[in-house]
Write a protein that binds this ligand. Structure first.
Ligand SMILES: N[C@@H](CCC(=O)N[C@@H](CS)C(=O)NCC(=O)O)C(=O)O
Length: 209
């Protein structure tokens, strides 16, 4: 099976997390950010993650892909997200954009190898509300919000009690938290950082450092 992704993309990362946890073999292809053709030719729009199953069928929604992996692995997990994770995710998405948007295209990520790809990113993602230079200048305030989210993550995932983390909850939290590593100013709770690092090794999904 082939999975098209962007390395920075949290929806791609949650799918890769589940594939890693369930030992689903995948050929992962990162497309260039200015590539308007590859996924358009397959599903009529520019969107990742995109799974091409072995029978050629395309699946283009992260939760549909995860559901398919759960069935393939005959796992008892589900795609039902717990309320605490759902609420945390809603609060975490804007801070993720504020940290990631002005940084990811300047990192050594495969989707941003060319000037054209980096320019396509800025043209699409920068707005009055998310002005890249202003966001970088406001790093201290944004980092403080993110540090609260990291502390909440420790409680929600019950990392200190060694309770098993539900597959879908772990996938969502990991995929958002990994994006915060792109700002070295953010101070991490050690328990959460250790969990992120061990899960990254286990799933082969790198942190966005
Ligand atoms: N609902 C979709 C959302 C996927 C999504 O928003 N993907 C973004 C990347 S993170 C995308 O492909 N955006 C197109 C673009 O940036 O040009 C899912 O859950 O898979």
């Amino acid at each position: 099976m082939k999975l098209y992704i962007y390395e920075h993309c949290p929806f791609s990362a949650r799918v890769r997390y589940v594939a890693g946890m369930l030992n689903i073999p995948l050929t992962v292809t990162c497309i260039a950010y200015d590539d308007d053709k590859t996924t358009n030719a397959l599903i009529g729009t520019k969107q990742v993650p995109l799974l091409i199953k072995d029978d050629g069928e395309a699946l283009a929604e992260s939760l549909d892909i995860i559901q398919y992996f759960i069935e393939l692995a005959q796992s008892s997990e589900t795609i039902e997200i717990s309320k605490a994770v759902f609420d945390w995710q809603k609060n975490a998405f804007l801070p993720l954009q504020k940290i990631g948007y002005p940084r990811w295209s300047n990192m050594a990520l495969p989707e941003f190898e060319t000037d054209s790809a980096r320019q396509a990113w800025r043209a699409k993602k920068e707005s009055d509300e998310l002005n890249f230079d202003a966001l970088l200048q406001d790093t201290a305030n944004i980092a403080s919000d993110v540090e609260s989210l990291i502390k909440q993550a420790k409680t929600i995932l019950q990392l200190e009690t060694n309770q098993p983390v539900r597959l879908i909850d772990g996938a969502i939290m990991f995929s958002i938290l990994r994006g915060f590593f792109s700002a070295p100013e953010i101070k991490w709770d050690n328990t959460v950082k250790d969990w992120m690092e061990s899960v990254s090794v286990k799933t082969h999904v790198s942190l966005l450092k």
